[in-house]
Design a protein around this ligand. Structure first.
Ligand SMILES: C[S@@+](CC[C@H](N)C(=O)[O-])C[C@H]1O[C@@H](n2cnc3c(N)ncnc32)[C@H](O)[C@@H]1O
Length: 215
């Protein structure tokens, strides 16, 4: 089995209620194509690049159910921590990573925590990866600052999130924003600027990908 480390107790988080449905949607090729003009394979490939970027400790931030990363966690040898605010999402991540073994690999641990109050000493990770998450935060700068603070010298932060690059995508993001689910929609150009114009930045449909170097 597995243990989720937490200083939060079972406080509950918005994604607790929708862990199962989210996990199904995010893996769906049809949903990704129709809603966001992108494909699960795109961000699986981006995640794969992050895992291949080194051999040292790796932090997956806002890991959710690890829909795009469960297999990578299973095959990687990197000491790895998955962090999410939602215990239910981390439980699904654990199930996906453990698979038929019903055990997490020894190099993988799960921590329920807020990205803005991470319970780790700074500079402990060579790679930090956060998928499908930049669009969630009103104060993106604060979250990015918190994640950059986790990087060891020479490390890299790999981030992905939704941007308003199609009419349909913008409409969905605006609806989600009005419902309080996501921050105000940004275009890819706006996100590029908000992230300090990283040299490695691209968007496929409504999914943007950025790699930031440790400062
Ligand atoms: C859209 S899901 C993305 C999950 C996963 N990275 C993926 O790509 O499938 C966003 C995740 O961010 C988590 N989250 C939101 N705010 C957070 C915060 N302040 N600290 C940690 N996790 C947070 C949610 O619980 C949810 O699991």
């Amino acid at each position: 089995m597995w243990r989720i480390e937490s200083e939060l107790g079972d406080v509950g988080a918005p994604y607790d209620r929708r862990a199962a449905i989210y996990d199904r949607l995010v893996r769906s090729r049809a949903y990704n194509r129709i809603a966001w003009s992108c494909a699960p394979e795109d961000y699986a490939a981006f995640a794969s690049e992050a895992f291949a970027a080194g051999a040292g400790p790796l932090l997956e931030a806002a890991a959710g159910s690890a829909a795009a990363t469960a297999q990578l966690h299973g095959s990687s040898q990197r000491p790895t921590v998955l962090v999410d605010l939602s215990r239910r999402m981390l439980e699904r991540a654990a199930q996906s990573i453990a698979g038929d073994e019903h055990e997490l690999p020894v190099h993988v641990s799960l921590v329920q925590a807020d990205l803005l109050a991470l319970p780790f000493p700074p500079h402990g990770f060579q790679t930090v990866v956060g998928l499908g998450m930049t669009h969630l935060f009103d104060d993106l700068q604060a979250v990015v600052g918190s994640l950059l603070a986790q990087l060891a010298p020479g490390g890299q932060l790999h981030l992905a999130g939704l941007v308003a690059e199609t009419r349909r995508g913008r409409r969905y993001l605006e609806i989600l924003h009005r419902a309080g689910e996501v921050a105000a929609p940004m275009t890819a150009d706006e996100l590029h600027v908000a992230l300090g114009r990283p040299t490695r930045f691209r968007a496929t449909g409504c999914m943007a990908y950025a790699v930031l170097d440790a400062s």
